[in-house]
Write a protein that binds this ligand. Structure first.
Ligand code: PMT
Length: 414
């Protein structure tokens, strides 16, 4: 049983969409996780599935009308609003999102949401064109601004036969998302900023200096931090990765842009994790036109980029800092030097090298570091160290954050 939903009171709001049939299973799964569930259906939802189904599954009469004297006498909408720890609307249609966003109270579901101090979460499900419409996105934005949690949607084949974003999340994912709302993770409520990926430093309009970082390590840390209840800001260089749910992402391309993005939000952060492979230098002058091949030799003069991590650690009130060291030799010594020179709280060192392997070799060699699903880390701090053996970056990220949490609380409790 999922402990964080144990004894939680959940109102499941069902709106009129084809995905409403999935809500029946959702009632059961929420109950399996320990929650007590009451169902509110909109009139449109009853065109798709009957209240009797939900009554049988939840064990309670289904609430459908705002102005039903009998229902109000049993458990009125204000009482219902007070009873709930969470109002989960699944599926939430474009119409219901618009109504919620505009603060309507002319049906039971909207009235309960307005009258409730409970957490509110919506799981949108609709045609992908409706989903991407500006109006829907604006409504979601304003709901999210006012603290409503948005679960999904998923992408894939839709009931209309088209493919795109707008599918209701799987029941299991919805239950997991609900329990995350109540769980108290290791990093609960901490504000964590993470840099990830490479930076690209333009030479001319078509060329740049870059590196092999994929952003995977940083994105895995972002996801693990969210899992542990942190409020995550992810500053991402040019990468091809999906944004982890519930994370605020800022995309940048150059070291200067990353520096600007970090410094503009760093004051409010508790922890700064620098996973990005930031270019140490950039072309001194970016050519406005494509450089032509006219000489045998071409020199590009470089200027140093700001050291973002070092600058953050040197702030008068610095956040807790975790740096990374990508080394090809003398890994520990170089990492310790960076820990000291940049005045960091912790550093995670990894050996990196681009391995040119034959097909046969690639079957046996364990890949690691840049642009790989795997890594191995040596985590160092002033008077301690821990080795995290070769594993998936997703797994290493969780282990690394457990070490970070211990060190963070040790530091802040003294
Ligand atoms: O992105 P992936 O493909 O998953 O690969 C992950 C990784 C190998 C990139 C990652 O694990 C890693 O090691 N990141 C740090 C790479 C690096 O640039 O290391 P560095 O030794 O050059 O820099 C030391 C630290 O200073 C790093 O935390 C870096 O983010 C930071 N730095 C460096 C230069 C600079 N101008 N500003 C910085 O903030």
């Amino acid at each position: 049983m999922n402990a964080s939903l144990h004894n939680k009171n959940i109102i499941l709001g069902v709106c009129g969409g084809i995905a409403a049939y999935k809500s029946a299973d959702l009632v059961r799964r929420l109950q399996d996780a320990g929650a007590q569930v009451r169902v509110i259906m909109t009139s449109a939802a009853m065109e798709f599935i009957t209240p009797l189904t939900f009554q049988a599954l939840s064990g309670y009469p289904v609430h459908t009308d705002l102005l039903d004297t009998e229902a109000e006498a049993a458990m009125g909408h204000i009482e219902l609003a007070r009873w709930a720890d969470l109002v989960l609307i699944a599926p939430a249609t474009a119409n219901s999102l618009a109504r919620l966003a505009s603060g309507r109270a002319d049906d039971l579901l909207c009235a309960v949401c307005l009258a409730s101090k409970a957490k509110i979460a919506v799981a949108p499900a609709m045609n992908h064109v409706m989903w991407s419409a500006d109006t829907t996105q604006n409504n979601l934005h304003s709901l999210s601004e006012s603290g409503v949690e948005i679960f999904g949607p998923d992408a894939g084949l839709q009931a209309c036969g088209e493919v795109g974003e707008g599918r209701l999340l799987d029941t299991e994912q919805l239950v997991h998302a609900c329990s995350n709302l109540f769980s108290r993770g290791l990093l609960q409520g901490l504000k964590i900023m993470i840099t990830a990926g490479p930076t690209f430093e333009p030479i001319d309009p078509v060329r740049y200096i870059g590196n092999r970082s994929s952003g995977r390590m940083g994105f895995a840390i972002a996801e693990a931090a969210i899992e542990q209840g942190a409020i995550v800001s992810l500053i991402a260089g040019p990468v091809h990765l999906t944004t982890p749910q519930h994370c605020q992402r800022t995309d940048v391309e150059t070291a200067l842009q990353m520096h600007q993005a970090v410094m503009s939000q760093i004051a409010e952060q508790d922890v700064f994790i620098a996973t990005a492979a930031v270019a140490d230098y950039r072309p001194h002058q970016v050519q406005l036109q494509k450089i032509k091949k006219t000489t045998d030799k071409l020199n590009i003069s470089l200027s140093p980029n700001p050291d973002i991590l070092k600058e953050v650690a040197a702030l008068s009130k610095p956040p807790f800092t975790l740096g990374f060291a990508a080394e090809t030799e003398n890994v520990k010594d170089h990492a310790l030097l960076k820990l000291k020179n940049k005045k960091l709280n912790m550093i995670a060192a990894n050996r990196v090298a681009h391995m040119v392997t034959t097909h046969e070799e690639s079957q046996t060699k364990q890949d690691s570091g840049f642009n790989s699903e795997y890594n191995a880390l040596q985590v160092l701090w002033k008077d301690g160290e821990l080795i995290l053996e070769h594993a998936r970056k997703t797994q290493l990220a969780r282990q690394l954050l457990t070490i970070l949490a211990n060190r963070y609380y040790e530091k802040t409790s003294t």
